[in-house]
Ligand binder design. Sequence first.
Ligand code: OOB
Length: 548
Amino acid sequence: MATDEALEGYVPFPPEFAERYRRLGYWEPKTFGERLDDWAARFGERTAIVAGEERVSYHELSRRADRLAGALAALGVRRRDRVLLQLPNTVEFVCLSFALFRIGALPIMALPAHREAEILRLLQFSEAAAYCAPASWRGFDYGAMIRSIAPKAPALKHVVIAGAAPAGTVPLDELLRAREAALPEGPEPSDVALFMLSGGTTGLPKLVPHTHEDYACVMNLAAGHSGLAEDSVFLAVLPISHNFSFGTPGVLGALSRGAKVVLAPTPSPESAFPLIERERVTITSCTPAVAIQWLDSPLRERHDLSSLRVMQVGGSRLPAEVAKRIKLELGVTVQQVYGMAEGLNNITRLDDPEEVRFNTQGRPLCPADEVLVVGWDGKPAPPGEPGELVTRGPYTIRGYYRAPEQNAQAFTPDGFYRTGDVVRMTPSGNFCVEGRIKDLINRGGEKISAEEIESYMLGHPAVQNAVAVAMPCRVMGERVCAYVIPRPGASLTLEELREHLERAGIASFKFPERLELVESFPLTSVGKVSKKALREDVAAKLDAAKAA
Ligand code: OOB
């Protein structure tokens, strides 16, 4: 089977790198569809996934993925078609992903929190042929949303709905009941398998393409370093559409070791704790915000959490005090994970000294990961000095999908990804994330592009100029604070601003949580708005309020 037709807009690994990664054994000639066959053969009737009252064995998962693959192919979904998935943590999510892997159609992993503005842009940008979502979830009607935006996405041919499917859409249940059909020719291991969404600094969506080979590489290494094995029980509390809980090691890494995967609908103690107790969960991955919520929760006393051995924490910087509390109050080993949709994954090892596990964000997973800390002069920073982390390796992309202009900025000429993170390397070779040079707000692990929020705020009639900056928060790490210069004579409240953003149809986690009305913005020496001064301003105001 030769890959006759490349995916347009995809930047492949240069052949000499691909050959090296294969020779070193980091890449194996297997697709995720084939991997699921292997897992089903090895782990058969063991439980693969638990969601609510539903329990699915490895065999059954593979059978459902096959059926769905056949039904999707019969519907007209083809190899290389983009398929926008917007599903919560459900068995259907996992079945659909593998069904798409098997036919070589490419899932785009949208978050359930995304709303019509994000979904429409993703559909248009990717020219997705299909969209799949629940009819409704947590009070939001996805069926109605897609009905209203579908006419503006001319490439969209199929809408597949889980649950009560509205007229004109395809019920997912029907596809799952379809008779098994012969599958068309599948993808190559070197083909793109899926798209993750980038933590984005721009207003436009950036799609992160991973191939079967590269995504399996990080999955395998991460699974190995987190001690996942057949007797492990992995609890997915973050949305599994996110890289951290899907593939590093996440759901895929757990399945690759024959573990049981338990899907939690939300990370709240109310939903996670009973599952930990009932399923005897041994390992989970979460953000610092979730860890703090769990530590602070009075529900902790009411549930037996003693089966939990490892808590992987990442997505934003974990304060050392919180790492210590996880150890002392939960009796659990903390594993810090500093990763990114684009690739590079750093992780503290389970047997690292506490000093490393509490105070650093870990080191690269793979010996073939190349990492450089670049100083302000563009040259490698002296050891121990902060600088921007740039990286290249067997699971780090060489470019965003269909984004030549952004790629020229985000990648060096020799193919290193500029992370935008400011890090320092400790003498033990681990990274400490000290800050960032990219303009985004990291709200409990959810990345919010300042530029995107600003462009929407500028659309409000009372706004003359607006910027979004991060303000510190004990639980979330950061939240969005809006600084607005109102038009002469106009007034604006936080409520009005948030209502405006809601009408614009963007995900609510991006909404500002504080509004500062000002007459002008502080400027830098070159005349740009000084976001640093604004961050300091709001931090000082919060400090003063706390003191008072
Ligand atoms: C993960 O992926 P993304 O794509 O949502 O965000 C990546 C960015 C990093 O560039 C960094 O700025 C920040 O999130 N970040 C951390 C961190 N982990 C991620 N900052 C400080 N400490 C950490 N431990 O967030 C992600 C992907 C895979 C695994 C884990 C996290």
